[in-house]
Design a protein around this ligand. Structure first.
Ligand SMILES: Nc1nc2c(ncn2[C@@H]2O[C@H](COP(=O)(O)OP(=O)(O)OP(=O)(O)O)[C@@H](O)[C@H]2O)c(=O)[nH]1
Length: 462
């Protein structure tokens, strides 16, 4: 599976889990809101209605006091009108309660108490009516004027007693009604408690689900981080380290898997291999160019350019130490070319170069100076050995003729050797060696002439 696919899968998973948590949280909030609304609207309204019902019952009983105190029929009817009004309210509030919670046993008690209360009040009304009439009779002196009728007095006392009894009964009924309403209120509170219990359980359950979901989200996020660290960052860092080396090696670039980074690593590996290959070719070409720039193609000796460049680097150290320079030239070389051809002339130059090189003391430098001419530098400890080495080589060249096919060719060299002139530089020393070479040629060739100290070297030659 590619990196893109894995990233998309992880992102989709994370999005799904996060969306799940959000939906769950929203659903919980919505449920809590509807439960709280129901608590606030229905059950709290039920409580309020019940308390108003209780108030109306008490008011009804209180109205019976008005009835009790009525001294005429007008006041009595007024009190009864008030009682009727309370009764209507009690009915309305009771219906409202039934609508909210449905009917139960306590409603039966409430309605019975209310019915009996209403009946008692109607009875009370009749007794009060009778009392008003009796009192009116007694005041108007019906029977014997000036003296109250004994029968009326007895009847009035009887009515008063019945009224007192009804008042007591009404108080009891009022208490029963209050108790029934209280029970009903208790039921409502029980309902509220049940709703709260269910809500608490539900909250606890959803809390557990939400916590698990949050742990799930954290795990998915951690998995994503680990995945990115291991599959992307870690591999990129390894790749970066492999190619940040001074000389990256293709085999050090790990190609793991078949995803995008693996393909990129494969491409980089391919390029590193190509770059290394090209670099090796360029270095080989550089070596070759360097060799060609510093060597003579025919003899493989160092060339004049290299010789002079080396002298420049030696210049300062050569000031303080002894050295000598030799110029070596093949004798009558034009004749070799003319008699045996240019190619044979080349072979002779190579042969002389090899012999010279083979006999040079350690630390010395030999170069082809041009044509059939060579130059040698003997710095420091090589200088005292120079003359012997050159003499020995010269003798070997002239003693062992160069043979081409079955034809021997006599070859000899003339050598001019000069030590460093005091106060003089390399160019003067080289010139002195060249003069000695010229002397050797003039003295008959095949010899070595050492530049001796002269009067005009004052300052001066040795
Ligand atoms: N085969 C061959 N000949 C060369 C090369 N370079 C120079 N020559 C020849 O070397 C010859 C040098 O001749 P001269 O300078 O007259 O010197 P010489 O004949 O050696 O005589 P002396 O130096 O006086 O002994 C010339 O004929 C050049 O053409 C080379 O690389 N190969």
């Amino acid at each position: 599976m590619g990196l893109t696919t894995r990233s998309v899968a992880l992102t989709a998973l994370m999005t799904l889990v996060t969306l799940g948590v959000i939906v769950l949280a929203l659903a919980s909030f919505s449920q809590y809101r509807s439960t709280v609304t129901s608590l606030a609207e229905d059950q709290t309204r039920g409580l309020l209605t019940a308390s108003r019902l209780l108030q109306q019952s008490e008011s009804m009983v209180a109205s019976s006091a008005m009835l009790l105190l009525a001294e005429n029929h007008f006041h009595r009817r007024q009190a009864m009108f008030e009682i009727g009004d309370r009764r209507e309210w009690i009915d309305r509030l009771a219906s409202e309660l039934i609508e909210l919670r449905g009917s139960d046993a306590h409603f039966e008690e409430i309605f019975q108490a209310r019915e009996r209360l209403v009946e008692n009040l109607a009875q009370l009304d009749r007794w009060v009516q009778q009392r008003i009439d009796l009192r009116a009779d007694l005041r108007s002196g019906v029977g014997s004027p000036g003296e109250p009728d004994q029968a009326d007095l007895v009847q009035l006392a009887d009515v008063e007693a019945r009224i007192a009894e009804l008042i007591r009964a009404n108080r009891m009924l009022s208490r029963d009604l209050g108790v029934a309403v209280s029970f009903h209120v208790g039921d409502i509170r029980h309902d509220i408690q049940q709703t709260v219990d269910v809500l608490e359980k539900d909250i606890a359950r959803r809390e557990t689900i939400l916590k698990s979901s949050v742990v799930g989200v954290i795990l998915v996020v951690l998995a994503t981080v680990v995945f990115i660290q291991r599959s992307v960052v870690g591999r990129l860092v390894t790749l970066q380290r492999a190619i940040a080396r001074e000389r990256p090696v293709a085999d050090d670039i790990a190609v793991m898997g078949r995803d995008e980074i693996a393909r990129m690593a494969q491409t980089i590996r391919h390029y590193v291999a190509r770059i290394n290959h090209n670099e090796q070719r360029i270095m080989a070409m550089n070596d070759e160019l360097d060799f060609l720039a510093t060597h003579d193609a025919l003899t493989q000796l160092k060339n004049r350019h290299y010789f002079e460049r080396t002298l420049n680097t030696y210049r300062e150290s050569l000031e303080d130490q002894p050295y000598c320079v030799a110029m070596i030239d093949i004798d009558n070389f034009k004749l070799v070319n003319d008699r045996h051809g240019h190619d044979v002339g080349d072979e002779v130059i190579r042969w002389v170069a090899d012999l010279l090189q083979a006999n040079m003391p350690e630390g010395s430098l030999l170069a082809r100076y041009g044509g059939e001419e060579f130059v040698a530098l003997f710095p420091g400890e090589a200088a005292p050995l120079a003359q012997d080495a050159l003499e020995r080589t010269r003798e070997r060249i002239s003693a062992a003729p160069f043979v081409i096919g079955d034809q021997p060719i006599t070859v000899s060299v003339s050598i001019g050797l000069a030590s460093r002139l005091p106060g003089g530089d390399y160019a003067l020393t080289l010139k002195a060696a060249d003069e000695s070479l010229y002397q050797a040629k003039r003295q008959g060739r095949n010899r070595l002439v050492v530049r001796r100290r002269r009067q005009d070297d004052e300052g001066g030659p040795r």
